[in-house]
Design a protein around this ligand. Structure first.
Ligand SMILES: CCCCC/C=C\C/C=C\C/C=C\C/C=C\CCCC(=O)SCCNC(=O)CCNC(=O)[C@H](O)C(C)(C)COP(=O)(O)OP(=O)(O)OC[C@H]1O[C@@H](n2cnc3c(N)ncnc32)[C@H](O)[C@@H]1OP(=O)(O)O
Length: 255
């Protein structure tokens, strides 16, 4: 829209009159910043379909310097692929994060029934970057634990100026569930116990540390604590139980 106005201004023969003179100051500022972000056509993808699912846990411009710094710290500890195909073995791995649970799975009639075109993963369903859940999970397979770097956006307010307890529970469920799924395969949350120790200000960057406690038959027990990035402040402690399920469980089958 602003680009269109700018083109019209340029082609209407308004010679000698600058956009500043024609437009209110605020509109001109928006126009200028819009023009500054126009990319050359050679850098714009014309192919409307993507074969690669988008990884929502990549750094973006909404991340605070603190979020980026902690991300860089853990990313430097991760496995890497070198040019000759030999990766450097390191203990940590960054997990990708998509906005749908099973979009990229293929399967029979059961899976196709599950795939609803409009379904979206709860934590990844707000388009505005930084408004809700910004997070990335790093997992350490040897130590059977993971760390999530979480930046809580302004739309997660509960108590004034602070993060809603349900949003914190959502993230604890997500992170402990991710670790349980990583270690035990398909699971569902059976029990989640949370102790809220100190209020978490909006826009905080926190660490969600989760570790395997034990596995008993179909039950995977995970412990978790949420701390400040320097680990000096404790926000939340939790324990979670995940029960291994078969795909049929989601359709009411008991096997
Ligand atoms: C293809 C499958 C995909 C699965 C999808 C999972 C995740 C989505 C994937 C990607 C998303 C990415 C990241 C997020 C990851 C995870 C976070 C989201 C996970 C959720 O947000 S998920 C929604 C909330 N979740 C539910 O909606 C569960 C409702 N519920 C049930 O579906 C059943 O209730 C179930 C399955 C839990 C158990 O049912 P069941 O019939 O299979 O097993 P049964 O009852 O026999 O229990 C077996 C043993 O667990 C003990 N046990 C059971 N429940 C207990 C409890 N509450 N407390 C203490 N012990 C308990 C028994 O005492 C027995 O113990 P024992 O072996 O010693 O006898």
């Amino acid at each position: 829209m602003l680009g269109h106005i700018a083109r019209r201004l340029g082609s209407n023969g308004l010679k000698g009159i600058s956009p500043q003179q024609l437009l209110p100051k605020e509109t001109h500022r928006h126009l200028q910043s819009s023009l500054d972000t126009i990319r050359p056509i050679s850098t714009v993808s014309l192919w409307p379909f993507s074969s690669q699912p988008r990884d929502f846990s990549q750094p973006n411009s909404s991340w605070s310097p603190e979020m980026q710094k902690v991300y860089d710290h853990y990313y430097a500890l991760c496995d890497t692929d070198t040019e000759n195909g030999e990766g450097k073995k390191r203990p940590w791995r960054k997990l990708p994060s998509y906005n749908r649970s099973i979009k990229y799975a293929t399967g029979g009639i059961h899976l196709s029934k599950l795939i609803q075109a409009k379904a979206r993963l709860f934590t990844r369903n707000v388009k505005e970057q930084g408004a809700t859940f910004e997070y990335v999970v790093f997992v350490n397979k040897e130590e059977k634990r993971c760390v999530c770097v979480f930046q809580a956006g302004r739309l997660l307010e509960g108590a004034p100026g602070h993060v809603h307890g349900g949003a914190i529970a959502t993230m604890i469920d997500t992170v402990t569930g991710t670790l349980a799924g990583f270690l035990s395969g398909p699971i569902m949350t059976a029990n989640l116990n949370i102790d809220y120790r100190s209020p978490m200000p909006l826009d905080s960057v926190v660490l969600i540390h989760s570790a395997l406690d034990r596995i008993e038959r179909r039950k995977t027990y995970i412990t978790s604590k949420v701390t400040s990035t320097d680990e000096s402040k404790l926000y939340t402690e939790a324990t979670a139980l995940f029960v291994s399920i078969s795909v049929g469980h989601l359709f009411g089958s008991r096997n």
